[in-house]
Write a protein that binds this ligand. Sequence first.
Ligand SMILES: C[S@@+](CC[C@H](N)C(=O)[O-])C[C@H]1O[C@@H](n2cnc3c(N)ncnc32)[C@H](O)[C@@H]1O
Length: 303
Amino acid sequence: MKPKYLSLKPFILWKRKKRPIEWQRVFGRSAGLEVEIGFGLGDFLVRRAREHPEKNLVGIEVSWVLVRRALRKIALAGVENTRVIRADARVCFERLFSEKSLGRAWALFPCPWPKKRHVKHRLFTHDFLKLLNSRLIDEGELLIVTDDQAYLDWIQAQVSGTGFEPYTQFIPPRFLTKYERKWQGLGQQRFFELRLVKRRHMEIKIKEETALITHCVDHFDPKGFKPLNGRGEIMVDFKEFLYDPEQQKGMVRSVVGEDNLLQNFWIEIVEMEDGWHIRPAKGCSMIPTAGVQRALDLVRNAT
Ligand SMILES: C[S@@+](CC[C@H](N)C(=O)[O-])C[C@H]1O[C@@H](n2cnc3c(N)ncnc32)[C@H](O)[C@@H]1O
């Protein structure tokens, strides 16, 4: 079988780590921390790591396929100063990076979502810029490079009140990423670089986690068990229910969406001496949130 990753060492199982992450401990050294948001194929991440061995680099990407490809590239390049997270960048900055911990963040050719009805998907909103500001050190910077003038204009309109001072310039192709090559191949010879330098600190604390309350009920009938899904700001969907009569144990696959976080985990309903316990199943990595609590409560209500 063809090896897919070569090494999983750079991959951060962030749900299993204490949050915010102690990056010095992860890298085993103290060094300037940089982040690349949406690293795609990982070419720039790897090159930056190789050219700046004095930095610690973290790459964030939502796509599993791309994380896999980047892990392979990191291993082939033999760079030791890079780590990779698969998650939505908004969740990462809310939960994994302390205030004033990052020297620089890069976003090369972020998705411009050009259609009007897709504008809501754009990442660099006013609120996201404020969040990024809070995670950067004083005078730290965010570098956004785009081929898309309309997207540049839109981001520039988000900057006021985020504590950043913007600098915009045309730049030639210089990052050698897939999207840069794509636009260059179609004849584009210059791109827009928006450099946002932090001049004023925006205080945004790390997102708090919930102390989960598990439940214990006297009776449980697996035959009639049908938990109701939850709607509203917190979305809870129960996808399937499995029951093992020998172990006296039920398992409910739950999907919970809240803020920018989507979690997929199992809730177990297991008989013990004092009754049926309802709790997140062992081994599931999830973040204890109000949404997880809601899912536990909905399961309890259905017993
Ligand atoms: C247009 S591609 C650019 C990729 C790469 N930087 C390049 O220049 O080739 C945008 C990338 O951002 C990733 N992405 C989009 N939204 C994201 C988010 N909220 N958090 C992390 N990555 C995201 C996508 O999966 C995609 O790989």
